[in-house]
Design a protein around this ligand. Structure first.
Ligand code: IPM
Ligand code: MG
Length: 371
């Protein structure tokens, strides 16, 4: 349930006579490509699921690569200040072949994650009933992992530069920044989560054999935090071995704690073994709730299928469920996830990435009806 730290004001929602429900303002950045196709249907499903639990006001911002083409920037000058006034951010996808990816990403997604101290990137990787994994012979019980990815520093610190650009002597440097505070807080979140899950297992992704500074600090911080969580069995794996284990023995994995880049790679792998990148959601969370958190499907803007109306909306819908959970509407979250599971398990419509022929809208309306 929602605790006292939740933002949002009390108000009476129309139609739920006598029941006080909280109301929240959500900033929507559908962004580019299929982001614009999955976010509108995601909003419909969220609105229906939230009825009776909380009242949501969605405010859309036209930011992204098309905005960039007109204004030479990805969002308004005071975009971050504007977003700060919201309770949550619902993001589609960013990226267009016409704008270099490092520009679009560093003017929108990464500044939001960093400025709003969304230091947890939470990514469930589950094989849902009715979905086929590319791994032979795996059932849903074999693939139920969740990645707790560090999301504010590490390899994505942005520190570095280029020297003698364009000459034969050109040098580029990209510095990883790991702080003890940064590693300890992500480790704590991971152990806390593992201690509340049935299997209570935690795997830490390291590479301290080769990276003797950053990753040795990572290991030391994990070891220190682990001492506070006696109920959790944990082990560290070098990230290469962990990637292999996700393929050969995913059933042995539960919570995975990883640095920013390692988590990025492992979660695409985890989404792929769970059947499709189109299904996987992500939550960029500021656990202290000092700033809005951001919820997005983990797939990108997919220019190759954009405009065809066949993008899988499930990643965006599941991300919306994570948003409701974060806002305290746990029941609404659970209803959304069950609706997704039922549509998939009962042979409902599915988009081409899952081997079907249905459109984005058909899948979303099947989920809406099941709600
Ligand atoms: C993700 C994406 C981003 C990341 C890109 C767009 C910068 O791949 O959310 O996983 O690497 O974090
Ligand atoms: Mg990624």
């Amino acid at each position: 349930m929602c605790d006292v730290r939740c933002a949002g004001s009390w108000k009476l929602e129309a139609g739920t006579e006598g029941v006080n429900v909280k109301s929240y303002r959500v900033a929507v950045i559908a962004g580019d490509g299929i982001g614009r196709e999955v976010i509108p249907v995601g909003i419909d499903v969220i609105q229906k699921a939230a009825t009776g639990s909380c009242a949501l006001e969605f405010v859309e911002f036209p930011w992204g690569c098309e905005f960039y083409r007109r204004h030479r920037r990805m969002m308004d000058v005071d975009g971050l200040e504007t977003l700060q006034g919201f309770d949550a951010i619902y993001l589609g996808a960013i990226g267009d072949p016409a704008v270099p990816d490092h520009v679009s990403v560093w003017e929108l997604i990464l500044p939001i994650r960093q400025r709003f101290d969304q230091y947890v990137n939470l990514r469930p990787m589950r094989l849902l009933p009715g979905v086929r994994s590319p791994l032979a012979g795996r059932a849903p019980a074999d693939i139920d992992m969740i990645c707790v990815r560090e999301n504010s520093e590490g390899e994505y610190s942005g520190v570095g530069g280029r020297l003698h650009a364009g000459t034969q002597h050109e040098v580029a440097e990209q510095t990883s920044v790991f702080t003890r505070r940064g590693v300890e807080r992500i480790a704590k979140f991971g152990f806390e989560l593992a201690s509340r899950r049935p299997r209570k297992l935690l795997a830490s992704a390291t590479k301290s054999n080769a990276m003797q500074h950053t990753m040795v600090l990572w290991d030391e911080a994990l070891e220190a935090v682990a001492k506070e969580y006696g109920s959790v069995s944990w082990r560290k794996y070098h990230v290469d071995a962990l990637a292999a284990r996700m393929i050969t023995d995913p059933a042995s994995l539960d919570v995975i704690v990883a640095s920013n880049l390692f988590g990025d790679i492992l979660t695409d792998l985890g989404a792929a073994v769970s059947g499709s990148l189109g299904v996987a959601p992500g939550a960029n969370i500021n656990p202290e709730r000092a700033y809005p958190s951001m919820f997005e499907p983990i797939h990108g803007s997919a220019p190759d299928i954009a405009g065809k109306g066949i993008a899988n909306p499930i990643g965006a819908i599941w991300a919306g469920a994570l948003m409701l959970d974060h806002l305290g509407a746990t029941t609404a979250h659970d209803r959304m996830v069950s609706a997704i599971e039922r549509v998939l398990a009962e042979d409902g419509p599915r988009t081409p990435d899952l081997g079907g022929r249905a459109t984005t809208k058909e899948v979303a309306s099947a989920i809406l009806q099941t709600l």
